[in-house]
Every structure is written in C-alpha cells, then in structure tokens.
Design a protein around this ligand. Sequence first.
Ligand SMILES: Nc1nc2c(c(=O)[nH]1)N[C@H]1C(S)=C(S)[C@@H](COP(=O)(O)O)O[C@H]1N2
Ligand SMILES: [Mo]
Length: 347
Amino acid sequence: MDELMRVMTPRPRNAETPRPYLRSWITANKVFFDRNQGEIPETEIDLSTWRLTISGEVETPFTADFEYLLSMPKAIVANTLECSGNSRSLLDKKASGNPWTIGGVGNAVWGGVWLKDLLEKVVVSSNACHVAFEGFDKPLGKAQIKFIRSIPLSKALSSTLLAYEMNGEPLPLKHGYPLRVLALGWTGANCVKWLEKITLLEKPFEGFYMDQVYRIHQPDQDPKTGEHVTGIEIKAIITQPEPEAELQMGRVTILGAAYAGEADIDKVEVSTDGGASWQTADFIGLHEQYAWRHWQYVWQVDRPGSYRILARATDSNGEKQPMQASWNKLGYNNNGVEEHGVSVQIT
Ligand SMILES: Nc1nc2c(c(=O)[nH]1)N[C@H]1C(S)=C(S)[C@@H](COP(=O)(O)O)O[C@H]1N2
Ligand SMILES: [Mo]
C-alpha cells in the first residue's frame, strides 16, 4: 500500500497526517492520523460475536449487541480529534514521546449513539462518578498493560458519543471498528477504540494510562499528582504555506484551522512580521460545535525577504491562545502561537 502518512513508529502504528490533507474541513479516513499504544487488531471482529457490556456501579448490568446499537436513535456529530501529544516536536525544549508536528489532529463526521442513552438502560448508581472504557486491542510490550481510560460521569452524560461510523463509512479497523468512544472536544486519550467494556466507578480508574501518562507534570513531579489531559486546548495551525517554502511576491494565500475543544472559535488573527502586527483572518467552510474552523488570510507581499507567519486564535469565552505553550514533561497540549509559526522566503 502506498504510504500517504508520515509514519513515526510502524508498530505500534503512530502516523501523522501530512499538512496538505489538513486543508479540507473533513479529514478523509485514509489520511486520518493513527495513534496506538497497542496492536491494531488484524481483522475486523465478527459483528455477530461482538458484545458491549456495561457494569460496575449500576443497578442492572447490561449487554448490547451491534444490532441493538443500530436500533437506538442515531446521532451524527462533527468532532475534531487531537492527540494530546500533537505538536510536541515543535516545542523549544524537547519532550519525550512521538515527534508529532501538527498532524496529530483531524476532523470527521461521526455516526453513533449517545453514551447517555445507553447509560439510561442500566440506571447508574448514585455513588458512580467516573466511567471507564476498555477495548479489545492487544497490548504490546512485556508488561502487557491494557489501554483503559476513564472520564468523569458528567462528561459521559453530557457530550460523549459511541461512534460506529466515520465520514459515512463503517468505523475503519484502525480507528476502532466496530465502536469507539468520542468524548467530544476532548483529547484522543479519552476516546478508547475497539470498545467492548464500560465500567461505572466511584473514582477515576487507576492504572498506567491514567496515572503515569496523560497527566500534565514536571520532571521532578510524581505524574500521578498532575492533572489528567481532558479538553483540547485552543490552538491555530497554519496548513499553507509549507514551512521554508519559497514563494513569489504578490498575493499569498495563508490557510489554516483553529479549534478549542468544547469552546467555539471566535477569531483568528495572522501576523506576517513575527508578531509585530496582526490582521483578522476570514473564516471559510463549515461551522459546527466541536469541529475546527478553517480560515484564510490573503497576504499582499511586495518586498522579497524572509518572513515569519504566525496565527493566533481566540475563543468565544474570550480566551486567547498563549504566545508560548506551558511546557510539561511529556509535552502535552502544545498550543503556543510561536511554536506553530511558519517561516517563508519571498523572492
Ligand atoms: N483501545 C485503544 N484506544 C485508543 C488508543 C489505544 O492505544 N488503544 N489510543 C488513544 C489515543 S492516545 C489517541 S490520540 C486516539 C487516536 O485515535 P485514532 O488513531 O483513531 O486517530 O485513540 C485513543 N484510543
Ligand atoms: Mo493521544
């Protein structure tokens, strides 16, 4: 198969979407980024044997088959998914993990059922406060640690989708076939693929992928005392021109996307002089809750030279993207304006 992606590790497969594919509002399934801690199942599971179980702090445990999910009301939702480690390699101070540039993000229209509708079937106990998800992917490595993650019950009940379709197709194998979690507006780590088990818990699940990684912490800090990665932080990316491009004087179209997780993007500003002055960009394309907004700025450039292009987003709560990211040991949530700048040559 032709490799369209920028592969960082083949096994587990971690691959990012090249910049040109980030220029369309929908990221096509075949170029949507891949992030895996374990092994992608080799073949699609047989739907007639697949079951989803819900247990733990519930009045009546429940098992659903795929037919049952299809019989429930269907929700169709646009959602931008981003890996919490996206943009890590752009940090000035290096952080360990996959060297994502900007392509650990994508936007798709997902079809599925609201988790809230399923949780109504089991009657959640009053002491439940977190919802844990487990997939059937096989862990890699000696320790054989499963990727189990939990989210607060409030998030599960307000805005979490269990998706079986991606951009109008059955969920592709590598994106979690037949069913995955999408905590809308939250980072990928909260969106377990190949889902088969949901457990209601009195407190957050304790385990490697909850306590040692996906926490914001400093090198001298016990990871477990750091905050979990949850919502996607406000950020603008520049998808055109390519870094270090050589361009002709005249009209240069600068393109990008901006997103802020659960919040709405209100404004994107562009600087072509390294941040000395800012102009407002125009939004292009669709505008949906939880989805990125694409933007453009047509730059009239009359003088040759080196230029530094920056983009800065503001959300509807008035929150502005920081000029520099706040660094943490695993390089999560890099949303710095400067880190995302693109330098070009005009001739
Ligand atoms: N079962 C399972 N779910 C998982 C993972 C995993 O390794 N196993 N990786 C998570 C992480 S860290 C991210 S960023 C997203 C990536 O989803 P994608 O590969 O569909 O883009 O899946 C999440 N869900
Ligand atoms: Mo991730």
